[in-house]
Design a protein around this ligand. Sequence first.
Ligand code: BES
Ligand code: MN
Ligand code: ZN
Length: 496
Amino acid sequence: MKITVNAMCNELAADSVDCVIFPLTQESWATLASTDFPYLDADLLARISSDGEFEGKYKQTLLVHGDEHCRRILFVGLGEEEKRTAKHYRSAASLAAQQLCQRKLTTWVFDLQSIGSQDVTTLVDWLWDGALLEIYRFDRYKTDDETAVKTCDIQCSFNGVADEDVSLVQQALSQREMISRGVWLARDLVNEPGNVKTPEYLAKMAWDLAQQLDLTCTILGQRELEQQGFGALLAVAKGSICPPRLIVLEYQGGEASDKPIALVGKGVTFDSGGISLKPGEGMDQMKMDMAGGATVIATMATIARLELPINVIGVVPAVENMPSDRATRPGDIVTSLSGKTIEILNTDAEGRLILADALTWVGQKNPELIIDLATLTGACILALGHHASAILSNDSALVDDLQQAGDCVDERLWPLPLFEEYAEQIKSSIADVKNIGGRPAGTITAAAFLQKFVGDTPWAHLDIAGTAWQDKGRAGQPTGGTGVGVRLLVEYLQQQ
Ligand code: BES
Ligand code: MN
Ligand code: ZN
């Protein structure tokens, strides 16, 4: 999809746009309905009000035709004044954008007159965030013009911004667009089918971004991985005709002496399960098994665009997990990059294998801390469903910081424990460790496996199996890849 977005302050006149949007709390609706409203006939407004069809309740919307001053008016509810939070503004704007895009109405004005006295820059940022999250569509493969969702050429103005606030709001709007472009990139990569987004494709994508932005890209191919001893990663890649890649993106916005923050993302471009083949039903969804990697690539691009004053290194082990005569067998033992031997008892527990080597590799860069993101376990979906990602860590301050960042952007994290007893479940009788820990606490034993490869470096693991993909779209989150983690990591990194 190509979206042209143009956000501005106080620029578009109501009579020149498709729709004026009024985000309203219950209280501000009551005030508005009882005063002289310039865009609607007083009788009509009185009828809407007495019908109770719109009351400003959270998630309520009402689209009406206006007069010559304003073609259409969309009222969106924010709920009770007291209870509103960032989430209310984001959802209201997502719902508004959804309604307008469905009707192919592309020029909008958000009218802020009635929005209250709160910090206008923050409110506009929340609204624009919600709108931009919604307007994304993955329509690259729709060649049939009749049915294809038309590209939205969105022009949007936020009217009612005080003169002294205009430049700050403008700046917030353009930063928000950079972050949203990161989310869209992550979603695009996740939605791309497995036949297209091979490990090589992901590597090329990262390489091209580095050419455009202030990033350094290093790619390790099959031969380098063999020479350096990435035994665990290579064991997963073995069954596929598509050669593996270790993708490294480095951003230096801080002092050369500042230790980098390391981001590591699982990049399994398709997870068939390997010889421990997955059941056929729903297997198509396993093209999303590189969502952690997509998030890392998109986050690196975004922080380069935002020019954050920190050093960050992003690592994506990219492989395809396939069965074949060359594939790893259950029972095989491999030597990982760390030197630890791993008994692979289930080839479908592949994410932890590629991450083990990626974590070892990035650990050698002496990072300040490591954050990894992975669609690692089905068990995580059983535990938390689709409303929160699991966080497991060896550092409680890091958990607090990440959780706080997640709350700010509505990408919630919920902690699971990493008591040392869990590691008993992954003890192997013939190797140093085995790659499965049985049915109990599957998300935790997977993290306990990763922990063996991070040493004492502060580290947090985010299991995004339940949040990286949405089967049924909701406002702000179209069906498919969600891009989860991009906004969270950017928020966290902005606080550093
Ligand atoms: N990629 C899957 C986990 C997954 C499942 C992500 C569903 C998103 C949705 C992972 O590689 C996997 O297959 N995990 C196994 C581990 C098991 C074999 C120990 C699982 O969760 O079943
Ligand atoms: Mn798997
Ligand atoms: Zn997987």
